[in-house]
Design a protein around this ligand. Structure first.
Ligand SMILES: [Zn+2]
Length: 203
């Protein structure tokens, strides 16, 4: 049996993990140490894949929240100005469509197809998963996605090749997936699916 990765609370700034809390009615602040951004941020990769996916005319358009760094105008006693990662507030019910251990909500076909498509579009190099956010009449808004990659370059939530294999061992293609989309030859269950984001054990 494979060893499951450490399951940390998502609210844990010590590991530079985004912990989401309400700042105002219109914004969420991601409490995250800025150096964590040194590992490649998944957003730009995911944004490109979503853009391409939207051209396939899914039932609902998909948008991605992009965080930005805000600097506090008032310095602390040592003259330092704190920084925060801010992104727009997700209105309505916050939903988890899938996770990086392939906890999959099959009520959202478009989301599962998007994850599958990301693997196809990246020629088998990457899987966009941990899809979560808002679901509305005409569109989805996603936040804080995970990229699992063969090169494992996207930080502590990138479960690498095992994460990719595991997703496809649990994924069932739906009518929004296209039959020619690439899939791993021998997907294998590597992790027990849990809805919370899973983080790799530190080396
Ligand atoms: Zn599929």
């Amino acid at each position: 049996m494979p060893t499951p990765p450490v399951q940390l609370e998502e609210v844990d700034g010590r590991n530079c993990l985004p912990s989401i809390f309400l700042v105002t009615s219109t914004q969420l602040q991601l409490q995250c140490e800025i150096p964590s951004l040194s590992s490649q941020w998944a957003g730009s990769v995911v944004g490109n894949i979503i853009q391409s996916f939207n051209k396939l005319q899914p039932s609902k358009m998909v948008y991605l929240n992009e965080p930005e760094v805000w600097v506090d105008l008032t310095p602390d006693s040592a003259g330092r100005k704190s920084k925060s990662l801010i992104e727009p507030f997700i209105e309505g019910t916050y939903r988890k469509f899938n996770s990086n251990t392939a906890h999959i909500d099959n009520n959202y076909d478009t989301m599962q197809a998007l994850s599958h498509y990301s693997y196809h579009k990246s020629d088998g190099q990457r899987l966009v998963c941990d899809l979560q956010g808002g679901y509305y009449n005409d569109y989805y808004v996603l936040t804080d996605p995970v990229v699992c990659s063969l090169s494992q370059e996207f930080g502590v939530t990138d479960l690498g090749a095992k994460g990719i294999e595991n997703f496809f061992a649990h994924h069932q293609c739906n009518h929004r997936c296209q039959s020619h989309w690439k899939k791993p030859e021998a997907p294998m269950r590597r992790f027990a699916p849990v809805s919370a984001t899973t983080f790799r054990r530190p080396c």
